[in-house]
Design a protein around this ligand. Structure first.
Ligand SMILES: O=C(O)/C=C/C(=O)CC(=O)CC(=O)O
Ligand SMILES: [Ca+2]
Ligand SMILES: [Mg+2]
Length: 400
């Protein structure tokens, strides 16, 4: 339902309208809304219509917009929907439709804090088996709270940024001493990232029911992970340098509003969770596709995730920790039960013991020059697709 020509099967139909930050030539970066193969350059369209806050779109990040809160997000979405649906807006909008292949997409928001959860039961069980083969795969806390750790906000990078192979300390169980050098077990993690808009006050938890007041929307995340560094360093405080060197996110932030017809009930939680984690719990019904050097290797399903995004936010603030505009928290690796639904290569290759065939070559972990692209889309109850676009990155050799 739009006067704009759309290619078949575009991720960015007229009811999606995700926001991102683009650079056109040597012009200042500013905010656009994706539609089909184009984006709408929002600042000039808003100025011409004398919308309050048109300066908001003349910004190198979405942060000021994210800080406005849900009533303003909703009003902006109504305005955008009208721009693309109502033919009367053609003259105002058409001159500001920019082909997406003519722009560079930048990091969409300045990342405040970054948290990485661990919300897939299948992934947590698989990693437990691989990292701790002699113990129960799920630790005793796992079904009582969404396990997470604080990551490194400053190394969240835009899709398309090259990933330099990290170096660090490794010590395989068979080694007698640790050594320093380039990671030999460089991996991906397919995740969904949640972008906080409205901040909360220090000392005041954000309850499960207040999720929609704070949460703006989602991005695709690839949480690059050096498994050899991680396995040696993580005890007892958790991942550190094995994951802090880079985390890639997709350029288009899809609003919660656009996903509302794609929410499904959370799978049953057993044992029952503590009262502060209870509520009307839902997951977006998102499917990812993972391409390794162009070849499809996995299709992780989000709907089976054990912990809901509202529970993650409630848990991370239950001690009174405040959230800020631009906070990003990732779901944790999304893995389904089928082998071709695993969201990391350590799982797909079962610790490197069962290589995956990629374009006819046997592969376990990432080699220099490899490129990984994750795409994703939500499916609505009436079968429409709301695309999340893609996040991509290529491995370059370790620094000498
Ligand atoms: O179980 C472990 O020790 C390690 C788990 C992970 O590496 C996963 C992680 O970082 C969180 C996630 O993405 O699910
Ligand atoms: Ca992760
Ligand atoms: Mg990372």
């Amino acid at each position: 339902m739009t006067w704009i020509d759309l290619p078949d099967a575009t991720p960015f139909g007229p009811d999606n309208l995700p926001l991102g930050v683009f650079r056109l030539g040597d012009e200042e970066p500013r905010i656009g809304a994706a539609i089909g193969d184009h984006l709408i350059d929002l600042a000039p369209v808003a100025s011409a219509q004398m919308l309050d806050g048109s300066q908001l779109f003349n910004q190198p990040t979405l942060n000021a917009f994210l800080a406005l809160g849900r009533p303003a997000w909703k009003a902006t979405r109504e305005w955008l929907l009208d721009l693309v649906r109502n033919e009367n807006n053609r003259d105002a909008v058409e001159p500001h439709l920019v082909p997406r292949d003519a722009v560079t997409m930048l990091l969409p928001f300045e990342v405040a804090d970054y948290v990485d959860f661990y919300a897939s039961e299948v992934h947590a069980t698989n990693l437990g088996r691989l990292f701790r083969p002699d113990s129960e795969p799920l630790l005793p806390n796992w079904k009582h709270l969404p396990v997470g750790y604080h990551g490194r906000a400053g190394t969240v990078v835009a899709s398309g940024t090259d990933i330099v192979r990290p170096s660090g300390q490794r010590k395989a169980p068979t080694d007698t001493e640790p050594s320093y050098g380039p990671s030999q077990r460089l991996d991906i993690e397919v995740e969904l990232g949640f972008v906080v808009g409205t901040p909360s006050a220090l000392g005041t938890p954000v309850g499960v029911d207040a999720f929609e007041d704070h949460m703006y929307g989602v991005v695709l995340v690839n949480d690059w992970s050096a498994r050899d560094l991680q396995a040696w360093e993580y005890v007892p405080l958790g991942p550190f340098l094995g994951k802090s060197f880079a985390t890639s996110i997709s350029p288009w932030v899809v609003s919660l509003e656009a996903l509302k017809d794609a929410m499904v009930p959370l799978p049953q939680q057993d044992p029952p969770v503590l009262p502060y984690l209870r509520g009307d719990l839902q997951n977006p019904d998102i499917t990812f596709e993972v391409r390794w050097n162009g070849q499809l290797v996995s299709t992780p399903p989000y709907r089976e995730m054990y912990w809901s995004p509202a529970q993650m936010l409630a848990h991370l603030s239950v001690n009174g920790a405040s959230v800020r505009t631009g906070d990003l928290y990732a779901s944790g690796t999304v893995s389904g039960t089928a082998k071709d639904q695993r969201g990391s290569f350590i799982e797909l290759s079962w610790g490197g013991r069962e290589p995956v065939t990629v374009n006819g070559e046997e592969r376990t972990f990432l080699q220099d020059g490899d490129e990984v692209t994750i795409t994703g889309w939500a499916t609505t109850k009436d079968g429409r697709r709301i695309g999340l676009g893609e996040v991509t990155g290529r491995i370059t050799p370790a620094r000498k």
